[in-house]
Every structure is written in structure tokens, then in C-alpha cells.
Design a binder for this molecule. Structure first.
Ligand SMILES: Nc1ncnc2c1ncn2[C@@H]1O[C@H](COP(=O)(O)OP(=O)(O)OP(=O)(O)O)[C@@H](O)[C@H]1O
Ligand SMILES: [Mg+2]
Length: 330
């Protein structure tokens, strides 16, 4: 077992699709009338390879969507770097940012909210093809048709002319996926893409995403509350709590050998995980995200807490190849 710095969480090689290093996002808030900041993303580092799914798991408010928005350059990081295919894109602007946004697509949680209710399916998919790939006329129509077919929206001619309210949740999510694919992205952020869908159609959407990943060698950041789907879909899992990475490991290793007390708590609450049983005694207090807070954000709820947990950031400990945990006690 060896201890390593935060930066070493990022095992840099030239082949990485995405490399995020010590990312910090902060937002201003009013605290008793005084201006203060919260840090929902606090020194977060990770990498994603082409063709790889990194599942980001954490409870509500832990900073998952803020990481996604920083990656898409919708929110500005306070510090840290985002590299994609070796390019430092953290501060890209203008034309380079437009090209970057084309390569990094997003599928959202609410497929109804992400589609325009007064536009047809055809319009949703044709628009990015016109804007980014300059397709028109017959070529455009054919490409829309082949994308609809690829995501399983058949018969194609019937689907083209439908409006979002005429589709089921799963079909709407397929439109959103076809729209994301239309611009030939390298990397897809899927922020809870199945959590608003009926249980019976969730597996079909994950199966489609997985086929597309393999066909186009796409990298995914797959965001979820749910460890069971993270295990099913992710090659690796990163567990986030209070804006900080608690543990990262290959999925099978994280499930078999969960090491952070928070990961163990999450697994205990996941039926069928093998660790489920009586839940440990713990408080329900939400972590403080306030800037300047010291120590581990999980300290207030941790059954193994020691003095150091409240005072100092935990060291990142490497337990085995690709398995790292941020904890004073482990
Ligand atoms: N633009 C903003 N301004 C101020 N605070 C924000 C902003 N966006 C997010 N936050 C806060 O940052 C924290 C993290 O939010 P985020 O949406 O990233 O969480 P999440 O892990 O995606 O949660 P959920 O699972 O509910 O989607 C929350 O406390 C949220 O209120
Ligand atoms: Mg979210």
C-alpha cells in the first residue's frame, strides 16, 4: 500500500481521452448576509479513455452535475485543468470552444425537458447536422433516417414527423441520444439518463448506449445515484461525496472490496450488492460545501471518524492498480 498526492490520482498518458486534474468549481452564496462561497467540486481528478465508461456515483448535491457542466464548459472552473485528447481546453473560447462543444455531447436526465415541444423529431436531429456538418437536402434527410434507425426509432418515416409529446420517455431519450450522436462526438456525458424512465425500459437505453460506445469508441462519464447501474454500465466507478472524490476503482473491485466508509454505506443501501444487511448507525447531516471547511466532508457521518478527519484533508491511498481511496483510517 502506498500513499500518493492528489495529483497522482491522475495517471497521465498520451492515450487518455479526458484528463481532469484538481478541478475546483465554486459558487457565491449569501451566508447570514455575508458573501461566501461553496465548493461543490473540490480538487477532483480523474481520467477517461476512449471506449471507457467512468461511472460517477454520489448522493444529491454531491457535485455530479457541476462536474459535468465544467467538462462541457458551461460553468467556469475556479482552478484545475481539463484536457481532452491532450489539449488543455480549460480556457478555450470562440471558435475553438464551439468545436470542443461539438466533440463533447450531453444526454440529460429529463428527456422531455431537453426537447423542444413545438419541434418534430426530424428537426431535433437535423439541426446539429446542418449546423456542424453542413448537410442539406437529400443527404440531410438520409442521415436523419439512419440515425433514427440506429437508435431503434422505427418505423423511421412515422417517427420523423412526431412531436415530443407523442413519444414515450424511452423514445424521447433515444431522440436525445441520436441528436448527441449526430455531430460525431468523441465523448458523451450522460447525467442520470435513465433515472426518470420506467424500470422496464432502463436496460434498453443502457444497452443502446453501450452498443454506441463500442461502435464509435466513445468515452462516457455516466452520472448516477445508483451503484447497481454504475456497476452494470461502468468500467470504473468514482464515488463522490461533498464535492470530493472518496474512492475510485475498477467496478468489480469497488463492489468486491469497498474501502471507504462512505462506499460501504452506499453498498449497504444497495439491495443485491452482497454487502447489504443492517445499515450502519450514521447521521443524516448533509456535508458542508462551504469554502474553507477543513478535513473530510464525510467526517460528520463516518462511523470510523478520528480527530484528523475533521482537521486535515485525507491522503489519497493507492490500495491496488487503479484503486484509490481518500481516507485517514483505511
Ligand atoms: N449555479 C449555481 N449556483 C449556486 N449553487 C449551485 C449552482 N449549481 C449548483 N449549485 C449547488 O452546488 C451543489 C451541487 O449541485 P449539483 O447539481 O452538482 O449536485 P448533483 O450531485 O448533481 O445532485 P443531484 O443528484 O440532485 O442532481 C448543490 O448544493 C447545488 O445547490
Ligand atoms: Mg445532478
Amino acid at each position: 500500500m502506498q500513499s500518493s498526492s492528489k495529483v497522482s490520482q491522475l495517471n497521465q498518458t498520451d492515450n487518455k481521452l479526458v484528463e481532469v486534474e484538481n478541478l475546483v468549481v465554486r459558487f457565491p452564496i449569501l451566508d447570514n448576509g455575508h458573501r461566501a462561497y461553496i465548493r461543490p467540486v473540490d480538487e477532483v481528478s480523474f481520467t477517461i479513455d476512449s471506449g471507457e465508461v467512468l461511472a460517477l456515483v454520489g448522493e444529491s448535491g454531491s457535485g455530479k452535475s457541476t462536474i459535468a457542466k465544467a467538462l462541457l464548459r458551461i460553468v467556469e472552473p475556479q482552478s484545475g485543468t481539463i484536457r481532452v485528447q491532450g489539449n488543455d481546453v480549460t480556457h478555450w473560447r470562440g471558435g475553438r470552444l464551439t468545436t470542443y462543444r461539438k466533440n463533447v455531447q450531453m444526454v440529460f436526465q429529463d428527456p422531455f425537458g431537453s426537447l423542444n415541444p413545438v419541434r418534430t423529431v426530424e428537426h431535433h436531429i437535423a439541426y446539429p447536422l446542418q449546423k456542424h456538418r453542413h448537410l442539406h437536402g437529400r443527404a440531410l434527410r438520409d442521415m436523419v433516417g439512419s440515425l433514427l434507425e440506429r437508435v431503434g426509432l422505427t418505423p423511421v418515416e412515422e417517427t420523423r414527423v412526431k412531436y415530443p409529446h407523442e413519444l414515450s420517455g424511452g423514445q424521447r431519450q433515444r431522440v436525445a441520444i441520436a441528436r448527441a450522436l449526430a455531430v460525431n462526438p468523441k465523448f458523451l456525458v450522460a447525467d442520470e439518463p435513465i433515472s426518470m424512465l420506467d424500470v422496464s425500459i432502463r436496460a434498453g437505453i443502457l444497452k443502446l448506449l453501450n452498443e454506441l460506445r463500442s461502435e464509435f469508441n466513445l468515452g462516457y462519464l455516466y452520472i448516477t445515484h445508483d451503484l447497481a447501474s454504475a456497476r452494470y454500465f461502468g468500467h470504473r466507478i468514482m464515488v463522490l461525496y461533498g464535492g470530493k472524490v472518496m474512492e475510485t476503482a475498477p467496478s468489480h473491485e469497488l463492489i468486491r472490496n469497498p474501502s471507504h466508509p462512505y462506499t460501504r454505506l452506499l453498498l449497504a443501501a444497495t439491495p443485491g450488492s452482497g454487502l447489504d444487511g443492517p445499515l450502519p448507525e450514521t447521521s443524516n447531516q448533509a456535508p458542508s460545501l462551504i469554502e474553507g471547511r477543513t478535513g473530510c466532508p464525510f467526517a460528520e457521518r463516518c462511523p470510523l471518524v478520528v480527530d484528523a478527519c475533521r482537521k486535515e484533508d485525507p491522503p489519497v491511498v493507492r490500495l491496488s492498480e487503479g484503486h484509490e481511496v481518500a481516507c485517514h483510517v483505511v
